[in-house]
Design a protein around this ligand. Structure first.
Ligand code: BGC
Length: 408
């Protein structure tokens, strides 16, 4: 059967993970915070799921033990005919103490990336995905502008060490989510602050990106740099001028506030898409016809509108760096991906230069404050035996990728 999808041959088809969520046995700001907060999380994270009531759920511990099993996990990429993989480097492994590089760990990531390159899988390397070394968190992390020099030094170190064939770099994952959760909503470490501090952290992260991008380009002329930007489709539920105005304001707060500061130093735009948010006036009221295991409203085809809006404004190639669904029974994932492909295809027909799609996640993993129970993986992970098994939807997705490639 000929696929009706038409994506370019060079399109990146892949999956994503982040170090702390999959590797296991990391020691950083999160692992310290978890120890002190797991008992509280059992009480406050309110999901009627047996695992959500277990203390152990909130401790990342050995996570998916991906650190020792990355080759097995890369086999999954091969099985799904994928040609790209987004990973992150765990800063606390590279620089466990201030100014001390751990050569063994640097060698590890070199082998890791080499393994991907040998399999013809394009690595998309994230430098900061929410976790800080303890020493840096003790110094105030990104809340102190004077600490940006540590990030710059780490970025320069990684870029001088990793394989020159690595082209796609993401400096910072979801700056506003990191700042919101840690400094405004205060349910992630360091769990302190206020609106002003939130704004200060966001500004520091934007500046950190701009400085990092400069460093990366000095070291690698052909590097392709971006942040990974969270964006949801914010839309008006009715025709009222108030709803429409509110949507514009929220789009500014959600997207343009940071993107206006960083897009000048981005070669492409990395985009993470999970949600839609429908507004009546200033009230958010989603249809919630279909919700995932975390209770998030599911309207995957809306990815089209986010891609189109941001492309129109910034005119840079777009790479979907995350997109997925918490769905332990695997009842929606195939539909979700299908709808997403439709949305992406329409955006491309409307002129968007979309260069790839990386599904979140390759394997079930440690979902931050929710812990281990939400299942966003293309592959299910049995945390006891360590066994991975591709879900039905993933097998279908892999076949689609093959078909789309063959026919375009
Ligand atoms: C983050 C991931 C996370 C995913 C699903 C994104 O905000 O970058 O680390 O697992 O969303 O919640």
């Amino acid at each position: 059967m000929k696929s009706h999808f038409c994506f370019p041959k060079t399109f990146l088809w892949g999956a994503a993970t982040s170090a702390y969520q999959v590797e296991g046995n990391n020691h950083n700001q999160w692992s310290e915070w978890e120890k002190q907060n797991a008992a509280k999380l059992v009480k406050t994270i309110n999901y009627d799921i047996p695992e959500a009531r277990e203390l152990d759920n909130y401790i990342s511990g050995k996570a998916c033990d991906h650190y020792d099993n990355y080759k097995t996990d890369f086999d999954l990429l091969d099985k799904m005919n994928m040609n790209a993989y987004r990973l992150s480097i765990e800063w606390s492994r590279i620089e466990p103490h201030e100014g001390e590089w751990d050569q063994k760990q640097i060698q590890y990531y070199k082998r890791y990336i080499n393994e991907l390159l040998n399999r013809n899988i394009e690595p998309v390397v994230t430098l900061f995905h929410f976790t800080l070394p303890v020493w840096l968190s003790d110094k105030g992390g990104f809340a102190k502008r004077s600490n940006l020099k540590y990030f710059e030094r780490y970025v320069a170190k990684i870029l001088t060490e990793i394989d020159p064939r690595v082209k796609y770099i993401i400096t910072i994952n979801e700056p506003e989510i990191y700042a919101t959760m840690g400094y405004q909503v205060k349910i992630w470490p360091p769990a302190k602050g206020n609106l002003l501090q939130y704004l200060w952290v966001v500004n520091n992260l934007a500046l950190a990106h701009n400085r990092a991008s400069k460093i990366i380009h000095e070291l690698r002329k052909d590097a392709f740099v971006s942040i990974a930007k969270n964006s949801c489709h914010i839309y008006a539920g009715n025709d009222s001028a108030y709803s429409k105005m509110n949507v514009k304001v929220l789009q500014y707060i959600q997207d343009y506030f940071v993107l206006n500061k960083v897009m000048g130093t981005c070669d492409y735009l990395g985009l993470n898409f999970y949600f839609s948010a429908r507004f009546f006036g200033h009230k958010m009221k989603n249809p919630n016809k279909l919700v995932n295991d975390l209770g998030w409203d599911m309207q995957p085809a809306n990815i089209q509108y986010v891609i189109e809006r941001l492309y129109k404004r910034y005119n840079k190639p777009i790479l979907i760096t995350e997109n997925g669904v918490a769905d332990s029974k695997d009842q929606y994932r195939k539909w979700w991906i299908e709808q997403t492909l439709e949305g992406m295809q329409k955006a491309m027909k409307n002129g968007v230069n979309l260069i790839g799609y990386l599904h979140w996640s390759l394997i079930d993993n440690f979902e931050w404050v929710y812990g281990k129970w939400p299942c966003l993986g293309l592959a299910k992970v049995d945390y006891k035996s360590g066994r991975r098994s591709l879900r039905k939807s993933a097998i279908w997705f892999g076949q689609q990728i093959k078909r789309i490639r063959r026919y375009n």
